[in-house]
Design a protein around this ligand. Structure first.
Ligand code: ADP
Length: 163
């Protein structure tokens, strides 16, 4: 077997990391020898946390997963894969509405570099959960404690107070 097939990446924005993300990362870490969580440098104006802050929050919340490493990246996820000897991209799929986009991206990434994508069905507990919904709820004082780790909740509430 291709040794790169034992190494996976979970790419995304993670602004900020939620229990939905952590569920996918942790399940991926049970399947592969080494798992990279790669945080996109995106130019989105709606970002609440800087890439460095998102990486830091991911480091803190994945401490109990010894084969998980966190990095940020610019450009194509397939280039990140080539650089780090990764053969598989793992993406969480919450609903059929996610699938259309994920399928296109998977086909593009396979075409670009022969990198496989595994789509992992979300734990139904988190199928409605997204970073943007958590940010919206926090902005208006909603209780986000069921959806994110405590450290994320604290930082998000602090950040929303500053804005
Ligand atoms: P992107 O902007 O690339 O979708 P996200 O940070 O939103 O980045 O998501 C990163 C990865 O986590 C993606 O594979 C996404 O499908 C998955 N994901 C996001 N939210 C959830 C959730 N609630 N449950 C499971 N997977 C999720």
């Amino acid at each position: 077997m291709n040794p790169e097939a034992r190494h996976a990446v979970c790419p995304g924005s993670f602004d900020p990391v939620t229990h939905g993300h952590l569920d996918i990362i942790s399940r991926t870490s049970q399947l592969y020898d080494e798992v990279w969580v790669a945080v996109f440098h995106n130019a989105s104006k709606n970002a609440v946390f800087s890439v460095e802050e998102r990486v830091e929050l991911l480091r803190e919340t994945t401490q109990d997963m010894p084969n998980v490493k966190i990095a940020s990246f610019r450009g194509l996820v397939v280039d990140f894969c080539k650089e780090h000897g990764v053969g598989v991209i793992v993406r969480g799929v919450r609903a059929i509405s996610d699938f259309d986009y994920e399928l296109q991206m998977a086909q593009m990434n396979y075409g670009l570099a022969g990198i496989e994508t595994v789509m992992m069905p979300t734990n139904p507990l988190y199928s409605f959960l997204s970073s943007s919904m958590v940010k919206d709820a926090a902005k208006w004082g909603g209780d986000i404690s069921p959806h994110v780790p405590e450290v994320v909740q604290r930082r998000l509430v602090e950040r929303m107070r500053q804005d």
